[in-house]
Design a protein around this ligand. Structure first.
Ligand SMILES: *Cc1c(COP(=O)(O)O)cnc(C)c1O
Length: 332
């Protein structure tokens, strides 16, 4: 199973395996079931998060192509851009990034991930909210190539078939931990955005023969649209690894009920979830992704939807630096 990934070049960046821990206090406060947490906020590199796993494969491909500059894109407070900028620094490449102006207040553009991008020496280029990021990356790449750079484009969120292999590997890692720790989870819950994490995880679980369902809590679009996006990428990943047959047996579940007004916009349930985990376990969630995903999990538990499920694993995908641009989150 793990040999499947051996044929893809990989640059080691993450501290692996990340821990799988029981949230004893949180589970009790929730009134059950047992909630476990897979600590991918602890991938270690540049404050951690899920993009590090994808970048191990993407940056290796960039190097094999002789890249001198990485181009990528995301929102102003993108965790993906921060981790990509750090990976470029580590491997001696430049990083230029397209940042979508999600919000324009000063703190948002100067603190959190934006501050760290700057620290890694990444060169930002801002575009308007809802402008075409792929077109902006193509234009930037064109300019850099004309200036003599060898450009490698990392897609938004690192979410193509190659990047998703990072989460195929994470699924293998979780399968080993479930076995070693005697855990039989009935559900995995995660935040789902650019879809590479959920798609990779689903393919990896299928390859490992684990039939545990995964719910992707949406952070930027409706459940239907997210389901289409994840399903398309599941198909890409399956073809990419030569297992097109698998795509038909993989069930994709997304829930759009906890997005609120849109990407990066606070919801009261998100803030409650962030405070609840901080105050019961001393663990940070983030306002954009994991806070909303955990709000979904809390709502499921309180609505009685998890009574028959058994233990639930929450995949913590990181995002800590964004907390510093949402200072109101600690109130109440
Ligand atoms: C990018 C990100 C996600 C979503 O992962 P995708 O692979 O883009 O769906 C979740 N949580 C955090 C903190 C992220 O930065």
């Amino acid at each position: 199973m793990a040999e499947l990934l051996d044929r893809f070049p990989r640059v080691r960046l993450a501290h692996l395996p990340t821990p799988l821990e029981l949230l004893a206090n949180f589970s009790k406060a929730l009134g059950g079931p047992d909630i476990w947490i897979k600590r991918d906020d602890c991938t270690g590199f540049a404050l951690g998060g899920n993009k590090v796993r994808k970048l191990e494969f993407l940056i290796a491909e960039a190097e094999s192509q002789g890249a001198t500059t990485i181009v990528t894109a995301g929102g102003t407070q993108s965790n993906h851009v921060r981790q990509t900028a750090a990976a470029a620094s580590r491997r001696g490449m430049g990083c230029q990034c397209i940042l979508e102006r999600v919000r324009t207040d000063d703190l948002y553009e100067t603190n959190g991930n934006a501050l760290l991008d700057h620290l890694f020496g990444a060169v930002p280029r801002f575009i308007d909210k809802d402008a075409d990021m792929d077109a902006a990356m193509a234009a930037l790449s064109h300019e850099l190539t004309a200036a003599g750079e060898m450009v490698y484009v990392v897609p938004v969120g690192g979410s193509n078939a190659l990047g998703a292999l990072g989460y195929v590997d994470c699924a293998f890692e979780m399968a080993r931990q479930f076995r070693d720790q005697g855990l039989h989870p009935g559900l995995i819950v995660q935040a789902s955005g650019s879809a590479g994490t959920q798609a990779g995880l689903l393919v990896g679980l299928a390859l490992a023969g684990l039939e545990v369902p995964v719910i992707g809590m949406c952070v930027s679009r409706s459940g239907d649209l997210q389901q289409q996006k994840v399903s398309a990428l599941v198909g890409d990943v399956c073809r990419f690894i030569g297992r097109a047959d698998l795509a038909d047996v993989i069930a994709v579940n997304c829930d759009g009920a906890y997005v609120g007004a849109g990407y990066g916009v606070e919801t009261p349930a998100m803030a409650d979830a962030v405070r609840m985990l901080a105050r019961t376990e001393g663990i940070f969630l983030d306002p954009v992704y994991t806070g909303k995903a955990m709000a979904g999990l809390i709502d499921y538990a309180r609505a009685g939807k998890l009574k028959e499920t058994g233990p639930v694993v929450f995949l913590h995908t990181g995002g800590t630096p964004a907390l510093f641009v949402y200072p109101g989150i600690a109130d109440s």
